[in-house]
Design a protein around this ligand. Structure first.
Ligand SMILES: NC(=O)c1ccc[n+]([C@@H]2O[C@H](COP(=O)([O-])OP(=O)(O)OC[C@H]3O[C@@H](n4cnc5c(N)ncnc54)[C@H](OP(=O)(O)O)[C@@H]3O)[C@@H](O)[C@H]2O)c1
Length: 239
């Protein structure tokens, strides 16, 4: 993966899970990395700024703090922060719907909007939005989550059309099932049912998502924009 020099990389929700694996992958490759977190301490070895993605002022403050740490603008944004509030459609409250859209979709919008200022000035930038196979595949009990994750596709494609001529790309990475604490606690029967539909026959590691994110953020991927890149072992093929 060719990148000429260390870039300034901001990963939202990089204090744990997939976001942490992504942050570590960039840091291990020599990039300057800042993660956002909401409470506690940033993970060892990584610099962090607090950020609540549902709040524009908090997003602005987080970027300003990150820019101070970097001594320059954010060049790679990984909008990873996300939540689920699963329940069947007819039981889903307005709050369960709105909070998931506000975090997963509007949160990514707020971060991309703030990141664009510095990227336009530098005439280079990479925006990577972390979606899910569920965004285009659909999933019972996840109408709110799937809507938020498919919304990221329209967001990335519109950003691509607006900013493509300024050296900025915007792509969606859509993971399938990832080996995390969340999937580790699934009952065996449920795990078996999921696995039966995954051609790869296994879940992915967070590191496998991280390397794809690093690729779309690299110089090698300069001509990829508005794309949806699955990391799902074939689960969502054709969707
Ligand atoms: N796990 C999977 O199998 C899977 C599959 C497909 C896609 N994804 C997507 O991948 C991303 C990461 O998933 P994960 O499994 O690593 O999740 P996770 O372990 O639950 O971590 C979610 C991260 O998002 C942050 N976050 C949530 N709401 C936020 C808010 N309002 N403001 C700021 N930060 C917020 C959390 O911060 P706190 O620590 O403060 O809560 C945490 O850092 C998500 O977008 C998820 O939808 C996951």
């Amino acid at each position: 993966m060719s990148t000429t020099e260390a870039r300034n990389v901001l990963v939202t929700g990089g204090n744990r899970g997939i976001g942490l694996a992504i942050a570590r992958a960039f840091a291990d490759a020599g990039d300057n990395v800042v993660i956002t977190y909401r409470s506690g301490e940033p993970p060892e070895g990584l610099q962090g700024v607090t950020c609540e993605v549902t709040d524009s002022a908090s997003v602005d403050a987080a970027f300003t703090a990150a820019e101070e740490i970097f001594g320059g603008p954010v060049e790679v944004l990984v909008a990873n922060a996300g939540i689920t509030r699963d329940t069947l459609l007819m039981r889903m409250s307005d709050d369960e719907f709105d909070s998931v859209i506000d975090t997963n979709l509007a949160g990514a919008f707020r971060c991309a909007r703030r990141a664009a200022t510095g990227m336009i000035r530098k005439r280079r930038g990479r925006i990577v939005l972390i979606s899910s196979v569920v965004g285009l595949y659909g999933s019972p009990g996840q109408a709110n989550y799937a809507a938020s994750k498919s919304g990221l596709v329209g967001l990335a494609r519109s950003i691509s059309r607006e900013l493509g001529g300024r050296g900025i790309t915007a792509n969606v990475v859509a993971p399938g099932f990832i080996d995390t604490e969340m999937t580790a606690v699934l009952p065996d029967e449920q795990k078996k049912a999921y696995l039966a539909n995954i051609p790869a026959g296994r879940f992915a590691t967070p590191e496998e998502v991280a390397s794809v994110v690093r690729f779309v953020a690299s110089d090698d991927a300069a001509y990829i924009t508005g794309a949806v890149i699955p990391v799902d072992g074939g689960l969502g093929m054709g969707h």
